[in-house]
Write a protein that binds this ligand. Structure first.
Ligand SMILES: Nc1ncnc2c1ncn2[C@@H]1O[C@H](COP(=O)(O)OP(=O)(O)OP(=O)(O)O)[C@@H](O)[C@H]1O
Ligand SMILES: Nc1ncnc2c1ncn2[C@@H]1O[C@H](COP(=O)(O)OP(=O)(O)OP(=O)(O)O)[C@@H](O)[C@H]1O
Ligand SMILES: [Mg+2]
Ligand SMILES: [Mg+2]
Lengths: 227, 227
C-alpha cells in the first residue's frame, strides 16, 4: 500500500551535509499498525514528513496506493493530505489565533459531510480525549498535554484512512497517554493504516510491526538494542 | 528555602473560572530534588511558572530564600530569574532566529565570568547532551529532541543554584532521557535545588521527595494512585 524505495533527505549546512535519511526501503501494508522507534535525531519526523507529502525527498520514491508523491505538484499533494491523511505533529502546529473547536474544524471545511455530522464527530473525539470543556480555549490558554490532545482530535476528525502520528503522547501523563494509544489501536482495528513514531515502549503492544531507525537508516531490532 | 503558602491561580474564561492552582502549600528544602507528577492539565507548569517569577499568582505567597516574589517588581523578578534560576520549558522557547550557540549563550550575557570560561562551559554541556555538532543549527533545523536538549543546556549554562525543569525528557528516547536525568541528579548532588515536572516514572529514583498534584491541589500518593 505504501512503498518507499531508496529514500534520502540531505540538508546542506554550510560545508557539511546532514543525511537525515540515508537510503530507506520500506513497505507499509494497508491496515497495518507500524511503530517506528529510534534515538532523538535519527530521522523519524523526517520520514513522516516525507510520507505526509509535507516535504520532498532529495532522492528516492514514495508510493501511496496508486499515487506517486514525487510526480505530484503542490496542489495535488494538498489534496492527498486532505483526503488520505491525518497528521499528528510532534510540536502540535495548532493555529494560535483559533480556539479548540476552530482548530479541530479546520480540516473539515472541504469535505462533503453535513455540518451536523462533522460537529458531532468533533464533539465525540473531544470527549474521548477528556477535552470537552476546552472548546473555546486558544492554544496559549491550555497546558502542553491539552494542546497535544487538540492536535490529535484535529488529525482524526476527517476519519482519514491513514494516520501518521509523531510522538503523540510525549506530553501526556501515563493514563491519558494510554487512552490515546487505545484510540489509535481502535481506529486500526476498524481498518485504518497507522504509523506511530514514539519513544514510549508501551506502544509496541498495539503494533503489527516494529521498525527501528538509526542515523537515517532502518536497522534490525538486534542492532537497535545494541546501539 | 522555598516556601509556598495558599497559592492560587485563577483564569477567567468568559463566564467560567479555571482554577489552575487551587490553594497550594509547599516547602522545598534547599538542596532537595523534588519530582512533581500529575495528569495533563493539573497545574504543574502553572506552579513552575509562578515559582520562576514568570507570572503572578491570583493570591498566596512565594518566598525563595529571603525574597518575597509578590513584593518584587518586573525588574527585580528579571534579576531573580537571571541569578537564581535555570528554567527548562516544556515547549523549549528557543529563539528561532538564533543558532544553538547563540541560544545557549544568551543567559551568559550578564554574568561576570570570562568569555572563555563561559564558552568552555557551553561546549561541555553540549557534549554531555550529544549536541556538539549542532552549534550552528537554528531551531527549525533540528529535531524535537535536539531542540529540547538545547533548551536544557541553556538553562544550565549559568550554573544556577535552582533548576526548574518542565517535562525535560518528553521528546527524548529512553537512553538520551536517562542521560538528562543523570545530569540533573549530578547537579543536585553538587548542592543545587532541583524541581522536575515529569510524566516519566524513572525520574522518581533520583528524587529526595515526590509530590503529586490533581486539579490544582497537592494530594497524597494514595489519592493520586487511586485517581
Ligand atoms: N491562559 C490560560 N487561560 C485559561 N486557562 C489556562 C491558561 N493557562 C493554563 N490554563 C489552564 O490551567 C490548567 C493547568 O494548566 P498547566 O499548564 O499548569 O497544566 P500541566 O499540569 O502543566 O499540564 P500538562 O501535563 O498537559 O503540561 C489547565 O486546565 C489549563 O487549561
Ligand atoms: N532543516 C534542517 N536543516 C538541517 N538539518 C536538519 C533539518 N531538519 C532536520 N535536520 C536534521 O535531520 C536529522 C533528523 O531529524 P528528525 O527531526 O527527523 O529527527 P527525529 O528522529 O524526529 O528526532 P526526535 O526524536 O528528537 O524528534 C537531525 O539530525 C536533524 O538535526
Ligand atoms: Mg522528531
Ligand atoms: Mg505542562
Amino acid at each position: 500500500y505504501i512503498r518507499i524505495r531508496g529514500l534520502r533527505k540531505v540538508y546542506q549546512m554550510g560545508h557539511t551535509k546532514v543525511h537525515a535519511l540515508d537510503g530507506v526501503d520500506l513497505d507499509i501494508p494497508r491496515g497495518s499498525f507500524t511503530v517506528l522507534m529510534g534515538p532523538s535525531g535519527s530521522g523519524k519526523s523526517t520520514l513522516l514528513y516525507l510520507l505526509g507529502g509535507l516535504d520532498r525527498p532529495t532522492s528516492g520514491k514514495i508510493q501511496v496506493g496508486e499515487q506517486d508523491l514525487n510526480s505530484m505538484d503542490e496542489n495535488a499533494l494538498a489534496v492527498y493530505r486532505r483526503r488520505t491523511l491525518g497528521f499528528i505533529f510532534q510540536q502540535f502546529n495548532l493555529v494560535s489565533s483559533m480556539n479548540t473547536l476552530e482548530n479541530i474544524s479546520f480540516p473539515m471545511r472541504f469535505n462533503g459531510s453535513s455540518s451536523k455530522a462533522r460537529h458531532q464527530r468533533a464533539a465525540r473525539l473531544l470527549e474521548q480525549l477528556g477535552m470537552e470543556k476546552y472548546t473555546r480555549h486558544r492554544p496559549t490558554e491550555m497546558s502542553g498535554g491539552q494542546q497535544q490532545r487538540v492536535a490529535i482530535a484535529r488529525a482524526l476528525v476527517n476519519d482519514p484512512p491513514v494516520i501518521l502520528a509523531d510522538e503523540p503522547t510525549g506530553n501526556l501523563d501515563t493514563a491519558t497517554g494510554f487512552t490515546v494509544m487505545q484510540m489509535l489501536s481502535d481506529l486500526h482495528k476498524e481498518g485504518r493504516t497507522v504509523v506511530v513514531v514514539t519513544h514510549d515502549p508501551r506502544m509496541a503492544r498495539f503494533a503489527t510491526r516494529m521498525i527501528y531507525i538509526l542515523d537515517g537508516r532502518l536497522v534490525s531490532k538486534e542492532d537497535y538494542d545494541q546501539a
